[in-house]
Design a protein around this ligand. Structure first.
Ligand code: AMP
Length: 277
């Protein structure tokens, strides 16, 4: 497993692989890897000849009041986990991604509007810009993203279509802890008491999904769900919505392509989750 620490080392490696006619798959991450991240490599295993995991905590997608400085950086542990999968051919862990004077960004609209963007206005600009740079720097033919960050996945698909990028995008299902909590690097910020409360979010999402399938008006179901979430000890709800999984437009009754999207605060931690309905 190679460790590539800047775009020149990366370029030299991918040139060799391309020359040999190999198909390059990438797994973009911010590190602090858990089984959710590692499951993304399984998805690529049969679809790529070489797999690169990228690790970069991208300052452009953090607001000034967010956790950029304290975001967990656990490189040695991450390397060991990736080595253990036996599936990772290279780790691309650039120290610098933005040259001095960097001034060009990608501004997604469409599916980027609403939900996350209402609360983190510059988030998808940061995500789209770094993902585009990573595609360029790694020579990716295929890339995989988690459905857990569902709106992000849709934003990336839209960027690939809109900018005619020749990278195939795969989606991978959300991996959960045994009690249903979606795995996330930020779960480590939860206090023991909050960790007990956290799985209630997924329980409420499952109950809500059953009720939507049962045909009750979605408005009523979502209001009840929000009351239950707040009564369970969560501190605030950014959104808890039912929408079409392709367009992300709100749906007011059950649809074949329905999806619940949630972003909820628990103490100082913001949890996001999704569930197909
Ligand atoms: P992050 O390091 O949080 O930026 O995530 C990197 C990639 O891992 C993104 O495509 C995420 O959607 C994906 N991911 C994070 N958590 C999970 C999970 N619990 N299940 C599946 N994919 C995940």
């Amino acid at each position: 497993m190679k460790i590539l620490r800047n775009k020149h080392e990366m370029a030299a490696q991918f040139a060799l692989w391309k020359k040999a006619g190999l198909r390059i798959g990438i797994v973009p991450t911010m590190g602090n890897l858990h089984n959710g991240h590692l499951s993304l490599l399984d998805v690529l295993d049969a679809r790529a000849d070489k797999i690169i995991t990228t690790i970069y905590v991208n300052p452009l997608q953090f607001a000034p009041d967010e956790d950029f400085n304290v975001y967990p950086r656990t490189h040695e542990e991450d390397f060991a986990k990736l080595r253990e999968t036996g599936k990772c051919d290279a780790i691309f862990i650039p120290e610098q991604m933005y040259e001095d004077g960097h001034a060009t960004t990608i501004q997604p609209a469409g599916v980027a509007l609403g939900y996350e963007t209402e609360f983190r206005p510059h988030f998808f600009e940061g995500v789209a810009t770094i993902v585009h740079k990573l595609f360029q720097q790694t020579g990716a033919d295929i890339a995989v993203f988690g459905e857990k960050d569902y709106q992000q996945l849709q934003v990336i698909k839209q960027m690939v279509t809109d900018l005619d990028l020749s990278v195939e995008i795969l989606a991978s299902p959300t991996i959960r802890e045994a009690d249903g909590l979606a795995m996330s690097s930020r779960n480590g910020y939860l206090t023991p008491a909050e960790r007990q409360i956290a799985p209630i979010l997924y329980q409420v999402m499952q109950e809500t999904a059953d009720q939507i399938r049962g045909g009750k008006p979605v408005d009523t179901i979502l209001s009840q769900a929000c009351r239950k979430i707040l009564a369970s000890g969560f501190s605030a709800i950014d959104y808890f919505s039912y929408c079409d999984a392709q367009t992300l437009a709100n749906a007011d009754s059950h649809i074949e392509t329905g999806m619940l999207l949630a972003a909820i605060h628990l103490g100082n931690v913001r949890l996001i989750d999704q569930l197909k309905v």
